[in-house]
Structures are given as structure tokens and as C-alpha cells.
Write a protein that binds this ligand. Sequence first.
Ligand code: TRP
Length: 450
Amino acid sequence: MSKRRVLTGIKPTGSPHLGNYVGAIKPPIAASRDANADSYFFLADYHALISCQDPIRVQRSTLEIAATWLALGLDPERVMFYRQSDIPEIPELTWLLTCITSKGQLNRAHAYKAAVDANTAEGVDIDAGISAGLYMYPVLMAADILMFNAHAVPVGRDQVQHIEIARDLGQRFNHVYGSDFFTLPEAQVDETTATLAGLDGRKMSKSYDNTIPLWDEPVTMRRLVMSIVTNSQAPGDAKNPDESHLFSIYQAFATAAETAAMRNAYQDGISWGEVKLALFERIDRELAPARERYRHFMTNPQQVETLLLRGAERARAQSRPLIVRLREAVGLRSVAATAVVATESTRTSDVLQPELKQYRERDGRYYFKLTEKSVGVLAQSIGFANGQDAGATIARIKLGEAAIANDELFLDEVMIARAPAGIASADVSAGLAALVAQEAEARAKKSAQA
Ligand code: TRP
């Protein structure tokens, strides 16, 4: 039962090229055949809306990308294969997570920051042209991941921060609502996967306009391969495979034996034209059967739709029960049982005996902790550079500026930085509330005496 869950999100934008195939499609499909893993693959079409507002293109890309993965061997019987927008629990979870996300953390997310930096460089308003969708991108992505309790998320370097945010939000939610609702995911960055060179020798990428589209007709692909840049060494000259883009591309498709044979051919002075022809033939041999399946899916889109809907049904068998638990946890509940709960919590807070204690640790910094007589440590503060700052914060808390004591983000940043396991934020809030009440009572007594 407890297999490792590996989740891959695919944004349906544009048409895939050979670089995508080698770096981002082939490895996860191979990994999905591992019997010890449960794989989740989904089309992140809600994410696509952030950068594309052309409905025809969104629809077309979704079909193309689904057909691509199916044609290349993704087995929808074996893995979970679904479309994000078929799972209404994902946007619902996005909102629950949004409400515990600190805005500052989103300000620091790379994609948003890069857009802000670009605006700053141009001297326009920092948020000019930036949609709230781009800003919320990491939260939606966290919902994708946490919804299915993924252990591992294979991603490129540029996505690692997103996985860290997902981890953070999962941890915070678990903490605030006091249970292990979510598995904390880890980014899985494969340093060994090849980045493929493009037509001009730079990394193959749409932004360099140097790609070879994956599903072009063989004649077109052949023409493109023949146009890959080389140096001017003549036929018959011994050539260095380790300085040749053609060779590195060949290697990404060939077996070890084929690669070794090509290495020898370089030594023996094979001409660039012959290398290109061999490369084209090698790529074509690998892609020809898949190309046929791709064409089949593109001309029979209803088959793809049926597979996606079936996948969504299987995925929702997992997301539905989880969202029920989450709604219950956050208080989106039937109101019928309210009265009982209220009496109980009043009674609990009556008997709490909280205390705030300041102390200094070996690192020279000043800390304080909130303790409760029968529970023990409820929360621990972050370290303060000097005693005055720690003292001032304690005073503010004791004064019961309710806005502060009840502010979850304040709690996260100051109080529960190193909270003990098993203590929920609700316990901390209750402890703080009791502390404030106790202090107010003491002050009232004092002023009555004066
Ligand atoms: N952000 C990813 C990308 O641009 C796509 C994505 C959306 C994703 N949700 C995800 C990836 C969840 C992994 C897990 O490539």
C-alpha cells in the first residue's frame, strides 16, 4: 500500500520539441514503470490560463500534450493520468492554502520577482502587467502536489522553490489545524538528464528559436537536423566527439554501443553530412512508431477525452475524501453541532494556566516560550538579538493586542518558529488568550488597589 507517490505536472503550452522529449518526457515515463512507485501525471491547464488567454490554444495544447504523453508510452491504466481542471478539489484546496500563505513568501517567489525586477528595470510600476494568477502560481501548484500527498516531485532546477513552498504550506496547514493531513513533498532534481543542444548549439529552447519540433514530418525534421551548426572540418579529418553538438544529441538517442561506434567514426573522419544523416535516422527510428500513435490520437480526440475523464474519476476517488476531511478541519462544517463544541472550549480555556518565560540560550540570543502547566511547552519564540526586543514583544503579547495574539502569521513568524510536535496553532491561540485574560485580571486587581 505505502508505495512512493511521484507526481508530475505538465503545463499544456506550445508544442513539444526534442529537448522536452529527452529532458522532461522520456525519463518520467521510464520511471513510471517502476513497480515501487505510484505515478501521477496531470495536465496543468489551470496553470496554462495564467499565460494564455486564447481558449482555442488552451484546448489545442491540452490535446497535443495529452496525445504526446500517451503516444510516447504513458500507460493510463498503470498511472494516474488526469486533467487538473477535472478535479474541483484542487481549486478548493488552493483557497484553503491561500488563507494560510504569507503574502511575503509569494513576494519572494522567483517568477513573480523576476517580473517585478523587469518592471523596475524599465522604470514602470512594479506590478505593471502582472496578474494575480502569476502571483498565486505557487499556491495552485502546492494544491496540485498536496492533494495527492506526493512524496516526490521530479522537476527542473527552476521549479525547486515551488516545491519548497508546497512543503512549507503543507507543514503550516498540518500545524495550524493540528494533524498530519499532508505528506511533505520533496523535489527530485535529476542532474544526469541531458539538456539537448539546439540548431545553433545553444540549449534547445523556444526562447532561442532553435528547436526541432517533436512531431514534425520526417522531411521537415531531416531538413532541420541537416541545418545544425558544425565547424568547418573537412570530410576525412579526425573530429573530436566531445566538442560536437551533433555527437551529444546523437548520444541522447543512441544506445551505448551505437554511441561507441559513432565515437570511432569521428576518429576515422566521418563527414558532418554523414553524421547528420545518421542522427536523423536514429531519431526517426525512435520516434516513428510513436508518431503514428500521436497522429492517431490527434485524429481521434474523443479517445483522449475518454481516457482523461476516466483518469479524473480515479483521481477524485482520492481527492474527494481528503477535501471532506480538510473542510471539516478548517471549520467549513454543518452548524448543527455548534453548541456542544462551544461549551467544551469555554471549559478548557477556563482551566488553562499559561505562562510566558524569557531566557537566554548559549547562542547569546534571547528567547521566550509559552508554557501551560499541564501541557508543557506550547510554543517557542525565534531568537532576539537583545533582551529589550524580546521583552517588548512579550509586553505586546501580554497586553493582549488581540489583533496580534490572534494573528496566525504573527504566530508563525515570532512564536511557533520552533514549536514542539503535536501542538496545534489552536492550542497556542487558546494559551495566549488565557494568558491575556490572566494579565488583564491582574491589572484590574492592581488598579482597584491603587
Ligand atoms: N510549474 C510546472 C512547470 O511549469 C507545472 C506544474 C504545475 C507542476 N503544477 C505542478 C509540476 C505540480 C509539478 C507538480 O513545469
